[in-house]
Design a binder for this molecule. Structure first.
Ligand code: NAP
Length: 331
C-alpha cells in the first residue's frame, strides 16, 4: 500500500480507503463486514470512511467493533455529517446544533475519542457558512476532530469556505469527497483545478461505479444474484445499469486483459493517476474484492491505454460540473 498526504495537510492516508456505505449494517452480515475490514488492514489500508447516516447509524457501530483493538494511531477514521439521522427537525444539516450532536453520536458508535477527518456530507443552503465552519473549528480545537473536509461541494462553495476560513482564522478544509470514476468525471472542469489551487485533495467515492466497472453486469442480462444492484438500499445505479453503459464497459475487457489486470484494478488505477486525486474509497462485500482492488496500487497506465479507455467510453462518460449538486432544501 502507498500513502499520500491529504491535501495540504500533514496527515497521510492510504491510496485505497475502505468505506462501508450500503454494506455494513445493511447489505452484509457482521461477520462479512469484519472479514472485509480484516482484509483491508492486512492489505495495508489504514484509512476507513463511514458516515453518521449509513445504515441508519449502524454502519459506524459495525466499523467501531471491527476496528476495536487496533492501535488507534495506526488508523485514519473518517466520518461525515449532513443527511438526516432522525425524525427531529434538527436531526440534519450543518447547523451548530446538529453537527455538535452528530459528532458525539459518531464518536460513541465508533468507540474513539476523535475522528481524523470530519466531512460535511453535502452543502447546507439553510445554514450560514460561518456557523458551520466555526463549529468545525471548535471541534478541531476540542480535539474531537483533527481535520475537516467536504463532500460533493461545488468549486465556488469550496472557494467561499477557504476564503472565509482565511478571513476568520478557522481551520481550513483539506479534502473533498466527490463521486469519480472513468464513467463519472463531473469534478474535472472546476472542482479539481480549484481544489489543487486551494490545497484540497480528492478522496473519491464509487471508483468502480458501484461494481459496474468490474464488467460483472452484462447488457440485456439479469443482474448477478446477490450483487449490489439487487440490494433494497441501492442508490444512483439506474443510469449505470443502462444497456448503453454496460455495452461500453464491456469494451474495457480486452484493455484490462492486455495489461494482466482485473477490471476493478484497471478502474482504480485510472482514478489514482488522475490529477488532484489523493485516494480511491472502495466498497466491498467480500474480502476477495478488497484483495482484488488493492492490486491497483503501483499500476501506471500509459498514454495509449488512457486513450483506448477514452475511446471505448466516449459516448457514456459524464463530464458536466452541473452534476455536482447538494439538495436545494434540507432533506
Ligand atoms: N460522500 C458520498 O456522498 C458518498 C457516496 C457514496 C459512497 N461514498 C463512500 O465511498 C465508498 C465506496 O463507494 P462504493 O461502495 O459505491 O464503491 P465502489 O468500490 O465503486 O463499489 C463497491 C461495490 O462494488 C462491488 N465490488 C467491489 N469490488 C469488486 C470486485 N473486485 N469484483 C466485483 N464486484 C466488486 C461490491 O458490491 P457487490 O458485491 O454487492 O456487487 C462493492 O460493495 C462508500 O463506502 C463510502 O465510504 C461516499
Amino acid at each position: 500500500m502507498e500513502h499520500r498526504h491529504l491535501g495540504r495537510s500533514g496527515m497521510l492516508v492510504s491510496e485505497i480507503i475502505y468505506g462501508n456505505w450500503i454494506t455494513h449494517g445493511s447489505q452484509v452480515e457482521e461477520d462479512a463486514a469484519h472479514a472485509c475490514v480484516r482484509a483491508a488492514l492486512d492489505s495495508g489500508i489504514t484509512t476507513f470512511d463511514t458516515a453518521d447516516v449509513y445504515a441508519g447509524t449502524r454502519a459506524e457501530e459495525v466499523l467501531g467493533r471491527a476496528l476495536k483493538g487496533q492501535r488507534r494511531e495506526g488508523l485514519e477514521i473518517l466520518t461525515k455529517v449532513y443527511w438526516p439521522t432522525g425524525e427531529g427537525v434538527n436531526d440534519r444539516g450543518l447547523s451548530r446544533k446538529h453537527i455538535t450532536e452528530s459528532i458525539h453520536g459518531s464518536l460513541r458508535r465508533l468507540q474513539t475519542d476523535y475522528v481524523d477527518l470530519y466531512q460535511a456530507h453535502r452543502y447546507d443552503y439553510a445554514t450560514p457558512l460561518d456557523e458551520t465552519l466555526r463549529t468545525f473549528d471548535d471541534l478541531v480545537r476540542q480535539g474531537k476532530v483533527l481535520y475537516v473536509g467536504v463532500s460533493e461541494w461545488r468549486a465556488e462553495e469550496i472557494r467561499a469556505a477557504v476564503e472565509m476560513a482565511e478571513l476568520m482564522g478557522f481551520d481550513r478544509l483539506v479534502s473533498n469527497q466527490p463521486q469519480y470514476s472513468m464513467l463519472w468525471r463531473a469534478i474535472e472542469p472546476d472542482v479539481v483545478p480549484t481544489s489543487i489551487e486551494l490545497g484540497l485533495g480528492q478522496i473519491v467515492w464509487s471508483p468502480i461505479a458501484q461494481g459496474v466497472l468490474t464488467g460483472k453486469y452484462l447488457p440485456g442480462q439479469p443482474v448477478p444474484e446477490g450483487s449490489r444492484a439487487t440490494s433494497a438500499d441501492k442508490h444512483f445505479m439506474d443510469e449505470l445499469l443502462s444497456d448503453e453503459v454496460l455495452t461500453a464497459v464491456q469494451g474495457l475487457v480486452p484493455i484490462a486483459a492486455d495489461l494482466g489486470l482485473s477490471m476493478a484494478q484497471l478502474a482504480i488505477a485510472w482514478v489514482l493517476q488522475q490529477p488532484g486525486i489523493t485516494s480511491a474509497i472502495i466498497g466491498a462485500t467480500k474480502p476477495e474484492q478488497v484483495l482484488d482492488n488493492v492490486g491497483a496500487v503501483g499500476v501506471t497506465l500509459d498514454a495509449d491505454v488512457l486513450a483506448r479507455i477514452d475511446s471505448v467510453l466516449a459516448g457514456v462518460v459524464r463530464r458536466d460540473s452541473a452534476d455536482t449538486v447538494s439538495p436545494p432544501v434540507r432533506p
